[in-house]
Design a protein around this ligand. Structure first.
Ligand code: PCA
Length: 325
């Protein structure tokens, strides 16, 4: 009886294999940020391009907002092959691989052009590290510059002591601690709730995430420090990648290159628009005052020194190449 069952199952499996050979390959693509955020919208553009360039043979479904896997789980889900593709915030993994914090260095590359220049020299070593984690990088896309959200005016660290601060990785937690704040790591998808319940009362991010999460409901001030422009990246499970034929790989690469460029342009186009929306909704949006800025720069210099220590010759080579450009 057992044997019969096996034979029957085998027949069913074989029938399925034959049936699906002609059908499209379906991939799920978890993304961490809200569906209306430009990163997620560009994920959909990317999926459409892939469908187009593979003549429908690779059909990618985008799952934004951490709906399939939460932000913090996406990289592992791809690494282990639970999904073949997904998107995540690169500097979130700097605690595991310090080099991945290349775009989280305060005051090093504070414009889109400089961020591009930095990526141009970081790309080789960074994508190599990711390959060692079974990940192939398809495209990256910068967030607008990072600044601070508070619920009061802040002129210096004298005003930040004891504030509960939402961090998005270890580097931002360190930054908060240096300002006497108390960091708690929260995903962007859970940020509104953290602010509403008082788990957090300040954070660092772009105007984009403040807008997405309607943080004017809880906070009042945004300081446009423009400390760095961190990137999201779209990655593919390396084993799955190697299992694709050349034409499909070329289609993914082309779609990724085009989407990465379009996404960066969109980010730059929206940066000031986000500030306007924060202001329209009652927030005070200004540059950081000179005293606060000076303190931030000193903390930033320490963070860079720590990164150089953690990454050794590899990190130094990236910064040296960047500074020589
Ligand atoms: N928004 C994301 C990462 C950087 C950004 O601007 C966040 O706050 O989680």
């Amino acid at each position: 009886m057992k044997l019969l069952k096996k034979i029957l199952l085998g027949t069913v499996a074989a029938t399925f294999a034959v049936g699906s050979a002609a059908a499209a390959e379906k991939w799920d693509m978890p993304m961490a940020y809200s569906a209306t955020n430009f990163h997620s919208e560009m994920g959909v553009v990317f999926a459409n391009k892939v469908r187009d360039y593979t003549k429908g043979e690779l059909d990618i479904t985008v799952h934004p907002g951490g709906s399939l896997f939460k932000g913090g789980e996406i990289k592992r889900a791809i690494q282990t092959g639970q999904v073949n593709i997904g998107e995540r915030f690169m500097a979130a993994h700097a605690n595991e691989v310090p080099l991945l914090g290349w775009d989280n260095l305060p005051f090093v590359a504070t414009t889109y052009a400089d961020n591009d220049k930095l990526w141009a020299v970081a790309k080789g070593p960074v994508t190599k590290k990711l390959e060692a984690l079974n990940l192939v990088t398809l495209y990256t896309c910068p967030w607008p510059g990072q600044g601070f959200y508070f619920k009061k005016e802040v002129k210096s660290s004298a005003d930040t002591k004891g504030i509960k601060f939402r961090s998005y990785n270890t580097a931002t937690a360190t930054f908060a601690e240096a300002l006497g704040m108390v960091p708690v790591q929260v995903e962007a998808a859970e940020l509104s709730q953290a602010l509403a319940t008082g788990v957090a009362e300040a954070f660092i991010s772009s105007g984009s995430t403040g807008y997405d999460r309607k943080v004017w409901e809880h906070l009042t001030h945004y300081y446009k420090v423009n400390a760095w422009l961190p990137r999201n990246y779209v990655m593919v499970n390396k084993t799955a990648w190697e299992g694709l034929d050349d034409a499909t790989r070329a289609a993914l690469t082309k779609a990724g290159d085009e989407t990465g460029a379009a996404c960066a342009a969109k980010s730059a186009e929206l940066a000031n628009w986000y500030f306007e929306q924060l202001e329209k909704n009652g927030m005070t949006v200004t540059d950081a005052g000179p005293e606060f800025l000076k303190e931030l720069q000193a903390i930033g210099a320490n963070m860079q020194a720590t990164w150089l220590k953690d990454t050794g010759a590899e990190g130094k080579a990236i910064l040296d190449a960047y500074n020589a450009k």
